[in-house]
Design a protein around this ligand. Structure first.
Ligand code: NAP
Length: 437
């Protein structure tokens, strides 16, 4: 029997576990370990609450956890409850699927002023991540700026723009819904350091902005390249740019506005004791399509500034790290002897949920080639981990525990929501009847 520990229960972790279960059949046991008591990582805490069709992929992961080969152990913080070295002793392979949950910094003055938040924190706040649920973002001003031209920037702008009614059927947490409903924000400026042809926004997500009940998107026609130039774009970007061209046309006014501000590079955040404005430098594109400053600066009023400029993977002591890529140093998912990585921890924060499937399968196939079958020196695997956790008085949650939590969330759901997420550790453990520490 081969024993594998997958650290992280998001899409990368589940696809890898699924692939390992297929590759080894009955000849492997796989533990998916997560520091939170509940599974699904990015699906639960990252995907926008109004994108339930994307979140539905977790039903596939349920089947993996129920298949008999894969076990979920929540509430086990690797690095605290158990070290990587201990896991390597216990398992034939340890696969890091820890994602990229830390915000990249802007690196400009004023970044630490109240009112400036990273997208991981902001998204975690409205998705009920326990680390960010208490964020209480400043929504009392009339204007917000969202920095970045990727899909996360679109998520954040859309969430700030929607009316309460438009969250029907979503699983946004109640504290965020109430705050957003009371928000004074009327103008949301999406700031891109390059132009419409360089966006990383996909067409479906961009198109949603054109159908909001109370918000109208607007693009300055002067920012758009000549229409003929769109022919050189890849088909996906061309569709996205078509939406931007539509947003440059006159549309019926609505109470809120999303303004696209292209060719604007953030250089500072200013304000008396809190963010009041984002200072940007007008940019142009060089021959390689990168942004270069023109020296001209101007201020975008904003008392909430959300930077959506990408993420990095948190380091783990003793695990080689690729500083530039913000991920673990690896060669095709192999970090070193018995240690692997998948998903964003392997390749950096890009791609959709589905990108993690081939990624996980590729690494699982590589592992299966390196570790063909048990060599008779069987490791202790999950049974060894259980003994260690019991000795350390760590009470891991199981997949059945998750089902209990999920049932409690569903039972408490508001009439128009699939669930009322339980947010804090103590409340999760209370639902399970676990003794409180
Ligand atoms: P992203 O797609 O890499 O976009 C990051 C954006 O930040 C880019 O526009 C980038 O501009 C900009 N940026 C980076 N550093 C900057 C700086 N210092 N100042 C100003 N702008 C800066 O990342 P993301 O939006 O975080 O999304 C991560 C991944 O998740 C993507 O693959 C995305 O498609 C995916 N995702 C998908 C969905 C969905 O399918 N619904 C939803 C959310 C996220 P440059 O291009 O100039 O570098």
């Amino acid at each position: 029997m081969r024993h594998f520990a997958v650290i992280g229960s998001g899409p990368a972790g589940f696809y890898t576990a699924e692939a390992l279960a297929k590759a080894y059949g009955d000849a492997a046991k796989i533990d998916i370990i997560d520091k939170l008591p509940v599974p699904y990582g990015l699906i639960r805490f990252g995907v926008a609450p109004d994108h339930q069709s994307i979140k539905a992929v977790s039903r596939r992961y349920d089947k993996v956890a129920e298949g008999g080969t894969v076990r979920f152990l929540g509430n086990v913080a690797v690095g605290e409850a158990v070290s990587i070295e201990e896991l390597k002793q216990l398992y034939d392979g340890v696969i890091l699927a820890t994602g990229a949950p830390n915000d990249r910094k802007l690196g400009i003055t004023g970044e630490d002023l109240p009112g400036v938040v990273g997208s991981a924190a902001f998204v975690g706040w409205y998705n009920g991540h326990p680390e960010f649920a208490g964020l209480d973002p400043l929504l009392d001003g009339a204007a917000a700026a969202v920095i970045g031209n990727g899909n996360v920037a679109l998520d954040v702008a859309r969430i700030l723009a929607k009316t309460r009614a438009e969250f029907a059927g979503s699983d946004i947490v109640a504290h965020a819904l109430d705050s957003l409903d009371a928000s004074a924000i009327r103008t949301i400026t999406i700031v891109g350091r390059r132009g419409p042809h360089q966006i990383a926004m996909t067409a479906k997500e961009l198109g949603e902005l054109g159908h909001l009940d109370g918000t109208v998107p607007h693009v300055d026609p002067a920012d758009l390249p000549v229409a003929e130039a769109d022919g050189a774009l890849d088909p996906g970007t061309r569709k996205s740019v078509a939406h931007l061209r539509d947003f440059a046309q006159p549309h019926a006014d609505k109470p809120k506005h999303i303004e696209f501000d292209f060719f604007a590079r953030p250089v500072a955040i200013e304000g008396e004791g809190r963010a009041e404005r984002l200072i940007v430098e007008r940019t142009a594109l060089d021959a390689a399509g990168q942004s270069i400053g023109t020296g001209e600066t101007y201020a975008i009023p904003a008392s909430l500034i959300v930077s959506c400029i990408g993420y990095h993977t948190p380091r783990i002591d003793g695990v080689p790290y690729d500083e530039r890529g913000g991920k673990f140093a690896n060669d095709g998912g192999v970090i070193g002897d018995g240690l692997y990585c998948v998903g964003w921890a392997r390749r950096g924060p890009s791609g959709t949920i589905g990108t993690n499937r081939p990624d996980g399968y590729e690494v699982a196939e590589c592992i299966a080639a390196l570790l063909p079958a048990s060599d008779g020196n069987e490791k202790r695997g999950g049974e060894g981990l259980d003994t260690l956790l019991t000795a350390r008085m760590v009470r891991a949650t199981s997949f059945d525990d998750w089902r209990t939590i999920e049932a409690a969330e569903t039972a408490a759901a508001r009439p128009d929501a699939p669930r009322e997420k339980i947010v804090y550790h103590a409340d999760w453990l209370a639902v399970l009847g676990h003794p409180q520490p």
